[in-house]
Write a protein that binds this ligand. Structure first.
Ligand SMILES: [Zn+2]
Length: 240
């Protein structure tokens, strides 16, 4: 008998779904999770999307967060054609049209305002929305865990501490030097690049130092929305 596989998020030993299974899945049933969510990609979906084993409970838990993440990335200023297409077809044409995620939009509504935003093309006035960063950051950390599971199966990321930060180009603080943007440029220059999607939906850079158990990642969506994730042993003292 094969050893049961573990969920890449919670580490639980999963139960394979018996063939011909009908009805509800059990929390520990083994499913596959797309990293990043497959809803971010244009049709026809590429055949090389990354999937990792995930228990049904975890997979189900973050499906709302996946859809909210798509809203936030596709509607970001300066996305490429793929981002605009997903914005029109999936965010306006599906999520909003079918009134999904009502609580999420209810929380966004009062934050709507006009703001001046610095972009590589100059200052633009845009509609600006704010959202609670915590669910987004948590989702992005989970994506890196999935990528680690896929690319470095020997690496034990469960004993690591993750830190994630958004470093998107357009920030409503024109003229302020942005450490995040500088870091992003450094990672793009020195780390290995990879990507998924036929229209630059998702590009990523990674550097894993096995000797000192450090990793640095840059995740870029629609050539516009970027996150830096670093991880290190959780036994190391927390930095100030
Ligand atoms: Zn799980």
């Amino acid at each position: 008998m094969n050893t049961p596989r573990r969920c890449y998020l919670c580490g639980t030993e999963m139960i394979p779904i018996p063939s011909g299974h009908q009805g509800r899945k059990l929390p520990k049933h083994e499913t596959r999770d797309h990293v990043p969510p497959d809803g971010l990609f244009c049709e026809p979906k590429p055949s090389n999307l990354i999937t990792v084993p995930c228990c049904y409970e975890c997979n189900n838990k973050h499906s709302d967060a996946d859809e909210q993440f798509r809203v936030l990335t596709a509607l970001q200023l300066g996305t490429n054609d793929a981002g605009r297409k997903i914005g029109v077809e999936k965010v306006f044409g599906s999520t909003m049209k079918k009134l999904r995620q009502p609580m999420f939009f209810k929380a966004l509504a009062p934050t709507i305002r006009l703001a001046k935003v610095a972009t590589p093309q100059g200052t633009e006035e845009v509609i600006y929305l704010s959202t609670d960063a915590a669910p987004v950051v948590s989702l992005v950390k989970n994506m890196v865990k999935g990528l680690l599971y896929h690319f470095h199966p020997e690496f034990d990321y469960r004993s690591q501490r993750f830190h994630a930060e958004e470093v998107t180009v357009a920030k409503p603080r024109p003229g302020v030097s942005d450490l995040g943007n500088e870091l992003r440029a450094i990672i793009m220059k020195y780390c290995k690049e990879d990507g998924r999607g036929n229209h630059s939906e998702f590009r990523f850079w990674r550097q894993l130092e096995l000797a000192n158990q450090h990793g640095a990642w840059l995740l870029l969506f629609y050539n516009a929305v970027a996150f830096i994730v670093i991880h290190e042993p959780s036994t190391r003292p927390q930095r100030a």
